[in-house]
Design a protein around this ligand. Structure first.
Ligand SMILES: [Zn+2]
Length: 47
């Protein structure tokens, strides 16, 4: 049984620089799936 912790450090948080698409992924993302623009990895603050 696999438990997905929403605050897992293995989760990446991406934001598109063009359309402001935002989503968390467990895998590295190179381009925005919505517009194909460049995305950047945003550090998720852990509380
Ligand atoms: Zn985009």
């Amino acid at each position: 049984m696999v438990y997905h912790d929403t605050y897992s450090p293995d989760t990446y948080y991406y934001e598109c620089q063009d359309c402001r698409w935002r989503e968390t992924r467990e895998e590295p993302v190179g381009t925005c799936p919505r517009c194909g623009g460049g995305v950047r990895n945003i550090a998720v603050p852990r509380e």
